[in-house]
Design a protein around this ligand. Sequence first.
Ligand SMILES: NC(=O)C1=CN([C@@H]2O[C@H](COP(=O)(O)OP(=O)(O)OC[C@H]3O[C@@H](n4cnc5c(N)ncnc54)[C@H](OP(=O)(O)O)[C@@H]3O)[C@@H](O)[C@H]2O)C=CC1
Ligand SMILES: CCCCCCCCCCCCCCCC(=O)[C@@H](N)CO
Length: 300
Amino acid sequence: CPVNIPIKNRHLFITGGSSGIGLALAHRAASQGARVSLLARSLQKLEEARESIRLSSRSDVSIFAADVRDYDVVQKAVSDAGPIDVLVVNQGVFVPQELEKQGLDEVNFMLDVNLMGSFNVIKAALPLMKQRTDCLPASIALISSQAGQVGIYGYTAYSASKFGLRGLAEALQQEVVADNIHVSLVFPPDTDTPGFERENEVRPELTKILAGSSGSMKADEVAKKALDGIQSGSFIVPCNFEGHMLAIATAGLSPQRSFLMVAIERSAVKSANRGSAKGTSAEPMEGAHTLSDKTHVTLG
Ligand SMILES: NC(=O)C1=CN([C@@H]2O[C@H](COP(=O)(O)OP(=O)(O)OC[C@H]3O[C@@H](n4cnc5c(N)ncnc54)[C@H](OP(=O)(O)O)[C@@H]3O)[C@@H](O)[C@H]2O)C=CC1
Ligand SMILES: CCCCCCCCCCCCCCCC(=O)[C@@H](N)CO
């Protein structure tokens, strides 16, 4: 059943909060009365972010200069920040290029920051999140990408890092649900941020076309969708229409929050089965496991 995860007067910790989607999330959360902490590498960008939030919502945020690839530094920042109610693992780097041309150093860079860095942050924050005293639900939100739902030309390492977050999130949700901690995976399309500006200068043309087929959004629009999804405890958080289509097309066995989505998925599975079973006997296909007398799902 749906949950409500309040953020007013609660501690939101956002990695990559000094720019783009993370900064937009910080502005929104601060304006809704959350106590916000930001973590990123550049102290100067963090100070600029803190000032912009102070000016826009007259609230003071805590800033922590740290590289998510360094667990010890992350651990220190998280313990200095204090217990976290909503953790937003947002940091990310993206260097689009065909794998054949891309150096393995850049592959490692994306996997280290986007995936291993996310493990470091969650590992550092989880013990204190589990010890929180209020009985309110908590949230761990991972900012993925639509490239984490479908692999795209030029994004081999980037998509791998974002697909990895899916596995992390699904397994983690089972490990923390008993502590009333809800995991959310946010899937933005191309989003107008400083990172995207840099990316667009080097992105292969085909990557631009394929990624562009899902449209683009402003950082604040993504931040709104993300915050709404976090507060409702949604596991899958699409950000636009194409994202909703992708969420259905890639539902897998992720937890569903709404009966509507379950119904939509069931009908999508049934029509897929009807299509593949067309011209054969009505009997379930070899290897089909019958969930009910109406739905046959073939696993394998
Ligand atoms: N922009 C887009 O088109 C889309 C972005 N996304 C995802 O959204 C997230 C944010 O992207 P976006 O806002 O565009 O990115 P930006 O480049 O604008 O901001 C990235 C943020 O992450 C921080 N960061 C980068 N590397 C590290 C690191 N090693 N340790 C700590 N902090 C780090 C940066 O600060 P600093 O450099 O100072 O460390 C900055 O605050 C990413 O996960 C990205 O994959 C998903 C879909 C679309
Ligand atoms: C049934 C499906 C209908 C919709 C089809 C959608 C086709 C695939 C769209 C992939 C978009 C990838 C955006 C990556 C954004 C990103 O993460 C980079 N800008 C780096 O930050």
